[in-house]
Design a protein around this ligand. Structure first.
Ligand code: C2E
Ligand code: MG
Ligand code: MG
Ligand code: MG
Length: 297
């Protein structure tokens, strides 16, 4: 935005006025991306990839997290870390969020028709938690696709859970009343107090991958993860570690009593068909070796 502003000043007032409205939304690249994003749903460029969650000691698949992907015709796959915040600022997250809810429920129904009951988690952002029709949308999608609400989990980040406490608490209670499970994502990166955590009707807590990453190197990370697992268990929460990439991280997490694991060590986010084969056969046929970067990861 700053660069665009400087350009605008150089070009004089007239041109500045023309771009003014768009400039409020960010840089020129953002403006272009946003223009494309507005059409992404109707152009069928959005997709949900599914990353498995693995039982820490049993090794079987316990469910999958739906992660949004945007296949941009020119830029390739754009990360949700880029376009979700953009969509939030532009007021588009509602539309994207509804698409995710609908698509996840449709997929669960399709899997069930193939004889596979797969638990699915979707991510909800702080902005979505302020939308008055969120819970109604979720309830309607579940009914439309005849999905048991208990099969669906909504992940909200610890910081989203903290913000605007009154409204958020009311909405998450409504969600849970609808039979959906609640998960606290990216735990450890926000500032949730213990007393607040107790008031959240969650059934799962996900340890942020920054702690998992430091497990082997830093003994304090190990102490933190140990404490978080004990805390979560004392509140009857299931603990999932995200971003597990190495065998030694897996071993440490198992020793500390973590319930479920998720990360490239087991599987990257994958298209539904591949996930289904993966979950059914227990092992991925020709599963690629875990690598640090992937355009899908
Ligand atoms: P998140 O919910 O914490 O998802 C975990 C992220 O870590 C995903 O990135 C996943 O691909 C990545 N990941 C999983 N295992 C590993 C690993 O072993 N190593 C590393 N380095 N990364 C791993 P992704 O898919 O790019 O999503 C980023 C964030 O975007 C998500 O973080 C979530 O906050 C948000 N997001 C994704 N899909 C949606 C959606 O449908 N709606 C909303 N509101 N947000 C979404
Ligand atoms: Mg998540
Ligand atoms: Mg997470
Ligand atoms: Mg995370």
């Amino acid at each position: 935005a700053a660069a665009a502003m400087r350009n605008a000043k150089r070009n004089g007032r007239g041109t500045y006025c023309f771009f003014e409205a768009h400039m409020l939304e960010g840089t020129r690249e953002d403006v272009e991306l946003l223009r494309d994003l507005r059409r992404a749903v109707e152009r069928r460029q959005l997709a949900l990839f599914y990353q498995p969650k693995i039982h820490a000691t049993g090794g079987h698949v316990t469910g999958a997290e739906a992660l949004l992907r945007w296949r941009h015709p020119v830029r390739g796959v754009v990360s949700p870390a880029v376009f979700v915040p953009l969509a939030e600022r532009a007021g588009l997250i509602g539309a994207l969020g509804h698409w995710v809810i609908e698509e996840a429920c449709r997929q669960m129904q399709a899997w069930r028709q193939e004889g596979m009951r797969m638990r699915v988690s979707i991510n909800l952002s702080a902005h979505q938690l302020r939308q008055p029709d969120l819970v109604r949308r979720i309830r309607e999608a579940l009914v439309r696709h005849q999905v048991d609400p208990a099969q669906l989990t909504c992940e909200i980040t610890e910081s989203a859970a903290m913000d605007d406490t009154g409204t958020t608490l009311a909405i998450v209670h409504e969600l849970v009343a609808a039979g959906v499970q609640l998960s606290i994502d990216d735990f450890g990166t926000g500032y949730a107090s213990l007393s607040y955590l107790r008031r959240l009707p969650a059934s799962e807590l996900k340890i942020d991958r920054s702690f998992v990453h430091d497990l082997e190197a830093a003994s304090d990370a190990c102490a933190i993860v140990d404490a978080v697992i004990r805390l979560a268990h004392s509140l009857s929460l299931k603990v999932v570690a995200e971003g597990v990439e190495t065998e030694s991280q897996r071993a440490i997490l198992c020793r500390l009593g973590c319930d479920e694991l998720q990360g490239y060590l087991f599987g990257k986010p994958m298209v539904p068909r591949v996930l289904a084969t993966w979950a059914r056969d227990g092992e991925a046929p020709g599963r690629p070796a875990p690598t640090k970067s992937s355009r899908y990861g």
